[in-house]
Every structure is written in structure tokens, then in C-alpha cells.
Design a protein around this ligand. Structure first.
Ligand SMILES: *Cc1c(COP(=O)(O)O)cnc(C)c1O
Length: 468
């Protein structure tokens, strides 16, 4: 006899509440070795169904040791993939319903809620009212959608129709600090990696506008068409902010497409003090930010905004007979707004999150994180054997251990081993990047429940290891 929901749910509830309660005590970064989990799993699937108790026991014993705890307040690595109680609750409901929300008719509430919460997001972050929003699975997919649309607009939709003629000579520009998803997108769109120009950055790691203009001019002279500039509002390495205003000014001269990648830092636009970085946004064609990073809405939920909805639809829309519905012209069928046909009901968790925290509550959390980062930054600056490696734009602190008398390559390996010793304790998790060739420790203070004590403990741990 198979268990019923009433047998399973109490067990899940007990486990989940225990997980949230004890989260801080788990080793943040999984300490599992290579193939340790794989080798503990049977080579063949069960022929007969197993009891839920047996499955659950293996989940706890085999799977859990191989999990890194992204919801731990001691998680300071990469960018967070934040969840929160309302987001979790919505995901439980979403998976219970298991609705496939590809078209309006396949669940009208999903389509209409998506339109409404993305309208809310525009108002919350200062994205112009004439943009249209859609939820994508990731910023990478959004950037790909943007470049595909740019390609079609600039080729008058002929590449969708006939493929490349061989005469197109498109160039795409981003800074050397832009995310790798831009390079991935130029490969996939057929524009070609050789046609991605990585423009040098200023001292603060934002794109150098003069160098950008020089590249554009040289390319035009050589018969290229400047297709798109990707502006990073918050680079992945150090959260550096490109001048959207500067890029927009160039657009007026050269007429390229602008895609804004604010995957992580976009959440900061909730705060009026960050809105100045959106100057020029009315000239952008597309904009992406990830509520699944810093806005407490668990992965996946990427908010993608486009100024010209028709170009997007003309790029992606395909309506075979079996998908035709009577309401098609009057509603948003979001399967035509991106790559996959099938779509999860992702707007529900965003709606729950915004209502649960309220706009004020969200702002408070974000300000709190930025304040903690300032504190950490000041502690590091005050320590003579440490060095700050990038200006603090929000809540990503880039720094390194720099004891006197060490050469650059020694410093790199010293910091690499500092990072791995600290992470091996399981008491915190940070990651790294390279800035100007320097191995850089990167402390991101953005986890939903992070408090001052977690940050102070992390700093103590780093300092102690640096001395040992
Ligand atoms: C994280 C990040 C991305 C990629 O986000 P995904 O949603 O994982 O695809 C792109 N750009 C920037 C600036 C990022 O920080």
C-alpha cells in the first residue's frame, strides 16, 4: 500500500522546519568528495516501488551530505540564490498544482499574475512604464533572447527566415568584466565569438566609454555594424557599474541596441539612492535582473523587460495548429516571449514575496545588507595586512590578504589557500575572482537572513587563518 499525503506531509513538515532551525549549524559548503555520492547510489533502478520512508532515509543519509547550503546566513560565495518563507510556500503550492503555464488558456491566472507582478517590479525599480516584462528562467536566457531579437531587428528578420547570408558583419560590445553569458549568447546566436569586443575597463572596473567609442568607430570603418552594447549594472566580479548614461549617449550617434544586465545588482534599484545609475534607461532596449539572486525569490525567477514587445514576439512566436487558441490576439502567451514552450508558474512566488515583505520591507533588507558590507569593508581596510581591491558599490567586498614583503604570485597562492582553508571549516563560504590578475577574495553579503554576527564571525575566521 502506497502512502497518502497524510502519511508524508507531517514528515516533510518536521524535516523542513528542522532544516530552517538548524541551517546555521550545517557545514555551508558541502565537504563531499568527488564521486562520493554517485558511488553510494545503486547501479540499477528499483524494479518495485519503495516505501517513502526508505526513500526519505536515503535522501537524508546520501543526498544531504552532498548539498551546499545556499540558504545559510554564512553563505557569502558567488551571488546568493536566495529563498524565503513566502517563496518556499508558493513553490509548495506551485508544485502541488503542477500547472504548465505556456499559454494564457493553459492557466489564465499565471499569465495575468505574471503581467501584474512585473508591472509592480517596474514601478518598484524605476524601469520605465512603456517596457513589458516577462519571467525567464535565467539572466543567461534573457541575454540570449535580447541578442536574438537585436539580430532579427537589425537584419529585418531575414536571419530567422533565411539563415545568415554571409554578408552580415555584426559586432557586440561589453566590458572585460561582463558576465560569461554574453559570450555564450554571441556563440549561440551565430554572431560568433570573434565578433564580441571586450572593451577595457576604468580603475573602478566599469566599461571605459572612450575605448568603447574608439572600438565602434574602428569597426564601422572596417565595414562592421555595431549591433549591441551590453551594459553591466553590477559586474559579477566586483559589482562594478557601467555608465548607462554614457552608453546611451553613444547610442544616439551609432544607433546600436542596448541590453542592460543587472542580474544581481538590479535589486538595489529598489532604493532611490541607486536610481542615478539608471540614467539613460529610456534608451535601453532590454533589461534583466534576477529576483532569484537578491530578492528572496528562490531560483528560478529572472525578470526580463523589453521596450518593443513586437520585436520580441516577431523573433520568437511560432503558432502551430495544436497551439492555436481563440484568445490569442487579446492576451499574453508567454511561450512566445522566449525559448522554451513549457513554463512553470513562477509569478506566484514573486507575488507572495512582494506581498509578504512589502516594498518597504524589501528595501529595509537590501539596505541592511549594504550596511553590513560597508562594515565589513571598513574592518578589512583598517587591517594593515589586508587590501581592498575594488571600490564598494553595494555589497560585494573584494579584498585580499597582503602581508608585507610578498611578491604578486606568492600573494595569489597565499590567498588561494586562505580561501580553501576557510571554506574547509564549513563555518562560512566565500568565493573568488581575478581583478587585474590578482587573486581576489569576494565577500557577498546578501543572504536573506544574514545578520551582523555572521559577518563579524566570518571576518574573525579569515583573520585567524591569515595569521596561522
Ligand atoms: C549571475 C549573473 C548572470 C547569470 O545569471 P543566470 O540567471 O544564472 O543565468 C549574468 N550576468 C550577471 C552580471 C550575473 O551576475
Amino acid at each position: 500500500m502506497k502512502e497518502e499525503i497524510s502519511d508524508i506531509f507531517p514528515q516533510l513538515e518536521k524535516w523542513v522546519s528542522g532544516y530552517f532551525r538548524d541551517l546555521e549549524n550545517f557545514p555551508v559548503k558541502s565537504q563531499a568528495g568527488i564521486r562520493e555520492i554517485y558511488n553510494r547510489l545503486p547501479d540499477t533502478p528499483p524494479v518495485k516501488g519503495e516505501s517513502f520512508d526508505d526513500i526519505f532515509k536515503d535522501f537524508e543519509e546520501i543526498i544531504m551530505p552532498g548539498i551546499t547550503h545556499w540558504q545559510s546566513p554564512k553563505f557569502f560565495a558567488y551571488f546568493p540564490a536566495n529563498s524565503s518563507l513566502p517563496s518556499f510556500a508558493a513553490e509548495v503550492l506551485t508544485s502541488a498544482m503542477g500547472a504548465q503555464c505556456m499559454k494564457w488558456e493553459t492557466s489564465p491566472a499565471a499569465a495575468e499574475l505574471e503581467e501584474k507582478v512585473l508591472d509592480w517590479l517596474k514601478e518598484m525599480t524605476g524601469i520605465p512604464k512603456n517596457f513589458h516584462g516577462v519571467i525567464q528562467d535565467s539572466a543567461s536566457s534573457s541575454t540570449l533572447a535580447s541578442l536574438l531579437t537585436a539580430r532579427e531587428v537589425f537584419s529585418e528578420f531575414s536571419i530567422n527566415r533565411n539563415g545568415f547570408s554571409g554578408r552580415e558583419k555584426f559586432r557586440v560590445y561589453c566590458s572585460t568584466e561582463a558576465h560569461s553569458s554574453v559570450e555564450k549568447a554571441v556563440k549561440i546566436t551565430g554572431i560568433g565569438r570573434e565578433n564580441l569586443v571586450k572593451v577595457p575597463v576604468n580603475e573602478d572596473f566599469s566599461i571605459n566609454i572612450n575605448k568603447l567609442e574608439e572600438s565602434i568607430q574602428t569597426d564601422i570603418k572596417n565595414g562592421f555594424t555595431p549591433l549591441c552594447v551590453v551594459a553591466a549594472l553590477g559586474t559579477t566580479g566586483s559589482a562594478a557599474i557601467d555608465s548607462l548614461e554614457g552608453i546611451s549617449a553613444l547610442k544616439k550617434k551609432y544607433g546600436f541596441w542596448i541590453h542592460v544586465d543587472a542580474a544581481f545588482l538590479g535589486t538595489a534599484f529598489l532604493l532611490p539612492e541607486y536610481r542615478k545609475y539608471l540614467k539613460g534607461i529610456e534608451f535601453a532596449d532590454t533589461f534583466v535582473f534576477n529576483p532569484h539572486k537578491w530578492m528572496f525569490t528562490n531560483f528560478d525567477c529572472s525578470a526580463y523587460f523589453v521596450r518593443d514587445k513586437n520585436s520580441l514576439l516577431n523573433t520568437f512566436e511560432i503558432i502551430p495548429e495544436y497551439l492555436k487558441t481563440r484568445s490569442d490576439s487579446a492576451v499574453n502567451n508567454y511561450c512566445d516571449w522566449g525559448i522554451p514552450l513549457g513554463r512553470r508558474f513562477r509569478a506566484l512566488k514573486l507575488w507572495f514575496v512582494i506581498r509578504w515583505f512589502g516594498v518597504e520591507g524589501l528595501k529595509e533588507k537590501v539596505r541592511h545588507h549594504i550596511g553590513l558590507a560597508k562594515k565589513f569593508h571598513d574592518l578589512v581596510s583598517a587591517e594593515k595586512d589586508f587590501e581592498i581591491l575594488a571600490p564598494l558599490s553595494a555589497n560585494v567586498v573584494c579584498f585580499r590578504f597582503k602581508p608585507e614583503g610578498k611578491k604578486e604570485d606568492e600573494l595569489n597562492s597565499l590567498n588561494e589557500s586562505l580561501l580553501s582553508s576557510v571554506n574547509a571549516t564549513g563555518k562560512m563560504y566565500i568565493s573568488h575572482t581575478k581583478l587585474n590578475g590578482k587573486y581576489t577574495l569576494r565577500m557577498v553579503i546578501a543572504q536573506t537572513d544574514v545578520e551582523e554576527r555572521h559577518v563579524l564571525e566570518a571576518w574573525e575566521l579569515i583573520r585567524n587563518f591569515s595569521k596561522s
